[in-house]
Design a protein around this ligand. Structure first.
Ligand code: ADP
Length: 262
């Protein structure tokens, strides 16, 4: 069985749990695999946008803090350190493929405010037209409760909407959405979701991993936001980013949200 997937414009969201090892170190090998895969997609003339988490994780590691900070100003300070280091890593590894990167830090008001929204769309399109990889994160250093999206799953769905992406790929630390707590041995991967039923919402209700933020709940919600504009979503394991190429060829990997209505 194969899927038929349009993928000229792809938003790839990579979660903290994919980028940061359980020890707190940055998973450089993973970043290398991810950037190599994206370079392959670029060579196939696909437009790719990366939404990357990980700023606080990278900052925590760089500053040799024992654990992630909990107070908001501390988190924001650590994100300020981590974000630029993370961009440096992406710049280095995309650079090996002669690809340039451009950072865009977005807040919720960019999405809600018509003029800012329009400007952000123009910038994104300009970067894509210049063959630059836009790398997007929420602007953690200024985001406060009222203007926060809070997780990059939601942000990635809005970005997919902004650029009329065909496809949103959410790379997580697990194969996709399971029909029960994935730690239970009889839990089964759901390969396709056509409609967000109460049952699907219940499956996605559990908490996420220690490093991640949204768990499956925000990922399913992201699929719903993206679907309103016709974007399909796939949740798949970020441990094997090279499988993205197989996914785009239609191989059944991860959970595919082919929602008929938003
Ligand atoms: P990321 O950093 O990739 O966004 P999260 O930790 O936020 O990752 O979300 C992924 C985690 O969600 C999984 O590792 C798993 O522990 C948890 N989870 C809860 N319920 C489910 C489910 N039904 N199917 C898959 N994962 C689930």
């Amino acid at each position: 069985m194969m899927r038929e997937i349009a993928s000229d414009r792809i938003v790839i969201k990579v979660g903290t749990s994919t980028l940061i090892k359980p020890t707190g170190e940055v998973n450089i090998k993973r970043i290398e695999q991810l950037t190599t895969t994206i370079a392959t997609l670029k060579a196939q003339h696909k437009q790719v946008i990366l939404v990357s988490s990980g700023a606080i994780g990278v900052g925590t590691n760089a500053l040799k803090l024992e654990k992630r900070p909990t107070l908001i100003p501390d988190k924001q300070a650590v994100a300020a350190v981590g974000q630029s280091l993370l961009m440096g890593v992406y710049d280095k590894y995309f650079g090996m493929h002669q690809l340039a990167v451009g950072q865009m830090l977005i807040t919720k008001d960019c999405i809600e405010h018509t003029r800012r929204y329009g400007n952000a769309i123009n910038t994104l399109n300009a970067l894509l037209n210049l063959d630059i990889i836009p790398i997007i994160n929420e602007n953690d250093t200024v985001a406060i409760d009222e203007i926060i999206l809070g997780d990059n799953d939601t942000l990635s769905a809005y970005v997919a909407t902004m650029i009329n992406a065909n496809l949103l790929i959410i790379l997580s630390d697990i194969e996709g959405l399971y029909d029960k707590n994935p730690t239970e041995p009889e839990a089964k991967l759901i390969t396709e979701v056509k409609c967000i039923t109460e049952q699907i919402k219940a499956y996605a209700g559990g908490a996420g991993s220690i490093h991640g933020t949204g768990g499956m709940k925000t990922k399913v919600e992201a699929a719903m936001i993206a679907a309103k504009n016709g974007t399909k979503t796939i949740i798949m394991n970020g441990k094997t980013p090279e499988k993205l190429e197989n996914v785009l060829k239609g191989e059944v990997i991860g959970t595919y949200f082919d929602l008929t209505t938003g």
